[in-house]
Write a protein that binds this ligand. Sequence first.
Ligand code: ATP
Length: 249
Amino acid sequence: MKEIPKSHPRYQSLITRDKIKHAMIDGFVHETGLIAHGRGEAFDYLIGEKTIPSAEQAEKNAASMLLCAENPVISVNGNVVALVAKDIIELAELIPAKLEVNLFHRTDERIKKIILELKKQGAKNVYGAQADAKIPGLDSNRGLCDKEGIFSADVVLVPLEDGDRCEALKAMGKTVIAIDLNPLSRTARSADITIVDNVIRAVPNISEWIKKLKNEDKETLEDMIKTWDNRKMLKEVSIFISKRINSLF
Ligand code: ATP
């Protein structure tokens, strides 16, 4: 985006929009992905477009949860590939966790395109094309998943989720970690750990925590997770946003 100078106050946001736009033109992102991105931007504006303390704590706990998991899986959609393909691959390798493509507007063509893109960017194995299992109680295409992937996972990291699937995954007994800038969404309110942060910041932050916590003993990590109160954290986010808005006027 040569015409936008780096000194532009909205530079990062404009660059990100451009990435999403091109990913839509290339067929990774569905048109409605642009709308979801817009909602995310609005909430990012409210938190000040940086990682707030509650998100930092959620990222640390998410890293602990992923390190304690037996079979962790990271669910990937078009927006995630458009914005953080390399970072999500790095995170999956560090944990280690499986990557699975899961789409609301699923077509075999888009699934193949996204898997190919992830492989081009360095991913070794990507699940999602088999669709040989179904998440019970979910009628949309998001219910389709791989037996070896999300279906048999104990912990699922779901960046930019829709509430239906988050609730259905929970009903299957899975632990769900969500990355969602909207603290009011059904996803945010039903996940076990909600990271109210932009995926662009959240994914590398979780990787940093994985590196720091990798050598901790499992008991210490489990003790940390046990004391996590997601509802309390969401309240803290809402207080943060109200105080921030009040301080602006
Ligand atoms: P719910 O069913 O959980 O209430 P929804 O189905 O309405 O939510 P979607 O329309 O699927 O939610 O949108 C996905 C969510 O992703 C939105 O809540 C939006 O705030 C969030 N989001 C969009 N872009 C980003 C981003 N870059 N980082 C983090 N979250 C994002």
